[in-house]
Design a protein around this ligand. Structure first.
Ligand SMILES: [Zn+2]
Length: 253
């Protein structure tokens, strides 16, 4: 069981995991697979010694509050989670600069929020898919460019509140994919009549229906982590929560 312990006097925090008391192994310089030496360590013991006589308290980590600037598998990154002692809120910043360094935990009184900073279309992927699917009867490049302009414009004017998140595997936790809403779809189809005629229109219409829910026509929203330190600013964070998959975004600013 993990425990997050805060020293009230120093504002330092310690994450006690079942691994704290495991010996740490070092490999010999010739990379022999045998352990050349092991160092017994007890980090928690060190923490307690350092904060001897100080007031310590347990913090509860808020469920599902983990967020990171890089992919979860990336070893060198900064990630955050929320914690509370029941009265105050904290942001726990977890980081390391080198892969062989232990993780550092920093306690920031306050909260964080996620702000959407961009909604984009997947231009390159759309163009590639159009070329692939219509290899025999390709669209003229000028029409593909016009379609991308139109779709970009549709995406920029669409309201994030109406978009539904899709369970797309994204390597970046701050990039979320959304389906275009009905209004945007209608706008896109109507305006496609200005670019495509006859069979070309029918082809692009089919393409749109084929890829709007899970393919290259998904909209990509990029979020930014904003930390609001307690006492630093009284204003309400300009943010929207990243919704759960299948959920609609309820708030936008
Ligand atoms: Zn202390």
């Amino acid at each position: 069981m993990n425990r997050l312990i805060r020293c009230i006097n120093c504002g330092e925090v310690f994450l006690k995991t079942p691994f704290d008391q495991w010996p740490e192994y070092e490999f010999s310089p010739d990379c022999s697979p045998e352990f050349s030496r092991s160092i017994e360590r007890d980090d928690f013991e060190d923490f307690l010694k350092k904060h001897c006589g100080h007031r310590l308290e347990d913090l509860n980590i808020i469920e599902d509050s983990f967020v990171s600037q890089k992919a979860y598998i990336e070893p060198i990154k900064i990630s955050y989670c929320k914690a509370t002692n029941g009265r105050e809120k904290f942001v726990v910043k977890k980081s390391r600069e080198r892969i062989d360094e232990p993780l550092k935990y920093q306690l920031i009184p306050g909260d964080y929020s996620l702000k959407c900073i961009a909604i984009e279309i997947q231009s390159k992927e759309i163009a590639k898919q159009l070329e692939k699917e219509f290899e025999a009867t390709p669209f003229p490049q000028t029409k593909i460019a016009a379609f991308l302009r139109l779709y970009r414009n549709t995406a920029e004017t669409s309201d994030l509140r109406n978009l539904e998140r899709v369970p797309e595997d994204s390597f970046n936790p701050l990039e979320i994919y959304y389906k275009m809403d009905e209004v945007s779809l209608f706008y896109l189809l109507r305006n496609c009549h200005n670019i495509f005629k006859g069979q070309e229109y029918l082809d692009i219409e089919e393409f749109i229906f084929r890829h709007k829910d899970d393919g290259v026509l998904l909209l990509k929203a990029t979020y930014e982590i904003q930390i609001i330190e307690k006492g630093e600013s009284k204003r309400k964070p300009a943010s929207i929560p990243i919704p759960l998959e299948g959920e609609k975004v309820m708030e936008k600013k």
